[in-house]
Design a protein around this ligand. Structure first.
Ligand SMILES: [Zn+2]
Ligand SMILES: [Zn+2]
Length: 154
């Protein structure tokens, strides 16, 4: 995986590479993610913005949030596939939609969050931590990933 993970939008106008691997992967079952994806949950691979290498023109759609900080979604202007999110407009940290990777199976979720609104018929694997709302990053993230995140100052 030295060359990183590849992905792209549905129409092929935008492609990207992630290098190195994401720090951590969320499977979020909250009602906002359900509505925004039109599905049961979102899969977000958390990675430094500097490690997302896009090719092709993208555009950003800004969504309001409960916290008042904007949620910027980067999309392909042609097919409107959502490629990644910047929650809170931090600039340095992106949440890449795992389903847009060429091989999403290589990036399984490290945690399930907001399971309080998980759809009843979605069964979670026993080995993966799951939380009704959120979790303690310091307890779950690998040390190397925490170090990367600390380096971003977010
Ligand atoms: Zn596209
Ligand atoms: Zn969510």
């Amino acid at each position: 995986m030295a060359r990183g993970l590849k992905g792209g939008c549905f129409c092929g106008a935008v492609s990207y590479r992630l290098t190195p691997r994401p720090m951590f992967v969320h499977c979020c079952h909250c009602t906002d993610c359900q509505r925004q994806t039109g599905s049961a949950f979102v899969l977000n691979a958390i990675i430094e913005a500097s490690h997302v290498l896009p090719r092709g023109k993208t555009h950003v759609v800004t969504l309001p949030t409960d916290s008042g900080r904007p949620h910027d979604v980067t999309r392909c202007p042609g097919c409107e596939t959502a490629l990644w999110s910047d929650y809170g407009r931090r600039g340095s940290l992106l949440f890449v939609r795992v389903g847009t990777l060429d091989k999403p199976a290589l990036v399984p979720p490290d945690v399930h969050i907001f399971t309080r609104s998980k759809l009843r018929w979605v069964a979670l694997p026993k080995g993966t931590p799951a939380f009704k709302v959120y979790y303690d990053m310091k307890k779950l993230w690998p040390a190397a990933s925490l170090k990367r995140r600390t380096a971003l100052g977010v």
